[in-house]
Design a protein around this ligand. Structure first.
Ligand code: FAD
Ligand code: UDP
Length: 367
């Protein structure tokens, strides 16, 4: 019998496995997929271009602790992500910045004048609760309709007014020309890819990895003193209170031979055109030399693999019911984007897993 059974070999499960194994515990790590890395997994496509099968993953964090922790398993390539949004056939920087406003409206505003412009167009709201409140109160109606409402409807199947404010609040508004998608202190890609980083993380002799194993099919024969579960929390409890909504995506990958570059930035967003939300060209992210290039289009959908928790009040209330059950499970720890039903980035998942394992190891010492 292992000390720990960990369900899910993504960031949450792999960090927990590494920490527990390094503290002398034995770990059985399972995943129903055929590979480690969860949604952050990367691999070469048929043409030999490094791609992310589950959509583009760009690492960014302000946490020195998290960056240093991951640096034990990888070297890094400096990369600052940039995104353009196509509106009425032209490309503009997103997050909205001075360039976006000047080129969209044919203006030549200085930074302070952009502030004044935004003050004029923004619609103050008495209370900021929804994503619509966030966008209207920061950039006003026209920019909201051009850049946010259509994208959000496609991505979530919901109107901005039905989504928690935290979703749109991921995208800042700038009055200067900074066109980086993220402004975090650390912005890097693992230089040999995510999968290689996960391999190193899991190479500890105390960790046994079994792939293609679904917890729910094999739980009777999987024995351990404690379980760390990183899959969807509603599935763990047999959907007792009903299904928690997760948003899914279909990824359409394409390789373009003999193409030096497909688009000017890593990602181009399509708020109003097409059924897909965005196209990402991987070689911008990885810097890999190749005679061709590979891209992915993301088509949002309700059914399929769960990728995103959907931040909205009713879903949060349902999650709280499951969380109450989780708190009663003394021998199970729930960590990860699907288990905690939180719209977490990779670094936040690493942080969450480090906190969870610290707690587990402390409890063992004390208990
Ligand atoms: P996951 O990576 O989902 O891992 C969970 C694992 O559990 C999966 O491998 C699954 O197969 C396994 N599992 C589930 N149920 C079972 C079961 N019953 N039995 C066995 N195994 C099971 N974050 C960023 O920081 N930057 C980005 O640029 C970024 N881009 C993203 C783009 C997309 C399209 C998506 C969907 C997410 C993106 N993220 C990004 C978020 C990032 O993917 C997550 O924060 C992170 O991967 C979550 O890790 P996790 O371990 O919680 O979950
Ligand atoms: N968003 C938008 N237009 C954009 C970019 C983002 O309306 O051009 C909104 C949309 O609701 C999206 C959310 O902001 O789901 C968060 O965007 P982000 O790029 O962080 O999404 P992720 O990379 O997590 O899919």
């Amino acid at each position: 019998m292992h000390d720990y059974l960990i369900v899910g070999a993504g960031f949450a499960g792999s960090v927990c496995a590494e920490r527990l194994a390094s503290a002398g515990k034995t770990v059985l790590l399972i995943d129903r997929r055929a590979h480690i890395g969860g949604n952050a997994y990367d691999c070469l496509d048929q043409a030999g271009v490094l791609v992310h099968p589950y959509g583009p993953h760009i690492f960014h964090t302000n946490s020195e602790r998290i960056f240093e922790y991951l640096s034990r398993f990888t070297d890094w390539r400096f990369y600052e992500h940039r995104v353009l949004a196509q509106v009425d056939g032209r490309l503009y920087p997103i997050p909205i910045n001075r360039t976006t406003i000047n080129s969209l409206y044919g203006l030549d505003l200085r930074e302070d004048e952009v502030e004044t412009y935004l003050d004029k167009v923004r619609e103050p709201r008495p209370r900021i609760a929804t994503s619509e409140d966030v966008v209207l109160s920061s950039v006003g109606r026209d920019l909201c309709e051009k850049f946010f409402r259509g994208y959000t409807r496609k991505q979530w199947g919901l109107d901005l007014s039905e989504l928690a404010g935290s979703v749109a609040a991921r995208i800042p508004t700038r009055t200067n020309d900074d066109d980086r998608y993220f402004t975090d202190k650390f912005q890097f890609m693992p230089s040999e890819g995510y999968a290689r980083m996960f391999e190193r993380m899991l190479s500890h002799p105390n960790i046994e990895v079994r792939l293609g194993v679904d917890y729910f099919e094999h739980r009777a024969s999987l024995r351990a003193r404690h379980i760390v579960f990183t899959g969807p929390i509603d599935a763990f409890f047999d959907f007792r209170f009903g299904k928690l909504p997760y948003r899914s995506l279909r990824f359409e990958h394409e390789h373009l031979p003999s193409t030096a570059q497909f688009q000017p930035t890593g990602t181009v967003n399509f708020p109003n055109d097409h059924a897909y939300t965005r196209i990402t060209e991987f070689r911008h992210l990885t810097g890999q030399p190749h005679e061709g290039t590979s891209i992915v289009r993301e088509y949002p959908q309700a059914d399929g693999e769960p990728y995103y928790p959907i931040p909205a009040p009713a879903n949060e209330a349902l999650y709280k019911q499951y969380e109450a059950l989780a708190l009663e499970e003394k021998n199970v720890t729930f960590v990860g984007r699907l288990a905690q039903y939180r719209y977490y980035n990779m670094d936040q998942i690493v942080g969450s897993a480090l906190v969870a394992t610290d707690k587990l190891l402390r409890q063992q010492v004390n208990g």
